[in-house]
Ligand binder design. Sequence first.
Ligand code: FAD
Length: 386
Amino acid sequence: MDFDDAPQDKAFRDEFRAWLASHRPGEVPADAAEAFAFRRAMQREMAAGGWAAPGWPRAWGGREASVSQSIIYQEELALAGLPPIANAIGVWNVGPALLVHGTDEQRARWLPAMLRADEMWCQGFSEPDAGSDLANVQTRAARSGDEYVVNGQKIWISYGGEADRCFLLCRTGGADERHRGLTVLVADMRARGVEVRPLRDIAGARGFSEVFFTDAVVPVADRIGEEGEGWSVAMSTLAHERVGAITYGIQLRQKLDALLARPEMWPEEPVASALRAQQVGALYTAIEIIRLTALRAVTKAARGEDPWPETPIGKLLWSVTAQELPEVALSALGMEGLLWPGDARAPDGGRWALDEIAMRMTTIAAGTTEVQKNVLAERALGLPRG
Ligand SMILES: Cc1cc2nc3c(=O)[nH]c(=O)nc-3n(C[C@H](O)[C@H](O)[C@H](O)COP(=O)(O)OP(=O)(O)OC[C@H]3O[C@@H](n4cnc5c(N)ncnc54)[C@H](O)[C@@H]3O)c2cc1C
C-alpha cells in the first residue's frame, strides 16, 4: 500500500490547507450556543469558497472530490483544530441521499440553503422501540390526497432544536412489512403538529431532542423516492460514516499527543512508570490500527469495492479507544483531572473529565458495540446467528 498522497490528492490538500490558512476563523468559543454560531459562520465562508461540500457535484457547489480527497478534507479540518461544519447532518448525510434519490425540483429547493447553513437539517430515524432495530419504525405517515398526515415519536435527534427540516423515516405500509413498509419524507420542523423537546445528555449538553408528530402535514411533493422505498433512501444517508472513520483516528492521535505532553504522565517511580508505558503503548497501537484500518477501507472504496469488514472494525476500535484514552488521562491526573470545564484549576481546560463522560456515546451512536460485534461475528467470521 502506498501511504503518500497521489499527485492530484496532494494538490487538493495543498489548496485546502492554503485556503484554511487564509480564512482562519479564530478560536472555537467554549459556550455551546456561541460554538454553534461559529460553526455556522465557518460553513457560510466555506460555501462561498467552494469548500463546504467537497464531495458534491460542481453544479451544486461541490468539487466532485474523490473518496481519498474527502478524507484529506476531514484530516485537514482536524489538523487545523477546527470543528465540523454546523450543518454536517445535512451536507454529509442528507445531501448525498437527495443527490441520488431526490428530484431536480427538490434538489434546487433544498441543496443551496443546506450548503450555506441557511437551513439546518436533522435526521429523524430512531424511536423508543427502533434504534438498533431500525426496521421497527412506527411513526406513521397516512396518505390523504396530496398530503401525508404524520403521527409518532422520534428520539435522540441530533440538532433537533436547531433544525428547520427533518429527513424523516416513517411507516406507510403495515407493521409486519418491516423494511418494505417505510418511506422518507422531509418534514418542516416549524410546522403545526411538530413539537421538539430538548434532551440533556450525560455530559450536560443539549445536543439532541425528542420530536413528537401529531397530525403534522407533509406534502407528497416532499417525499424522497417512491412510497415503500424508505429503507434504501435511509441507508444511503449512513454511507458517509465510511468517510468519517479516518478522522476518528486523527482526533485520537491529537488527544494522545496532548496527554503525553503533560508531566503527570511520566512518573519517576519504576512500577508506576512501567505501567504508564504499557498504557501509552496500548493506546498508541490501537490508534495506529484505527488509522491503518481506515486507510484500507479508503483503498477499497477507491477501487469501487465495499469497504467491508474494515468499516465496522474501525468503528468498534475507535469507540473503545475513545473511552480508554480519558481513563488513562484520569489515572495520571488524579483528583484534579476530574475538574470540569470552567474551573480554572482543571488540567487542559477540563477536557479529560468531559471526555470521560461525553465519550460514553461512542459505543452507542452510529451502531452499538454489541450490534457491530454481532454483524462481524455473523458476516465476517461466518459464525451462526445468535
Ligand atoms: C450522541 C448520539 C446522537 C444520535 N443522533 C441521532 C440522530 O441524529 N438521529 C437518529 O435517528 N438517531 C440518533 N441517535 C440514536 C442512535 O442511532 C441509537 O441510540 C442507536 O442506534 C441505538 O439504539 P437505541 O438507543 O434504541 O438502543 P437499543 O437498540 O435499544 O439497544 C439497547 C442495548 O441493547 C443492545 N442490543 C440491541 N439489539 C441487540 C442485539 N440484536 N444483540 C445484542 N445486543 C443488542 C444494544 O447494543 C444496547 O446495548 C443518536 C445517538 C447518540 C448516542
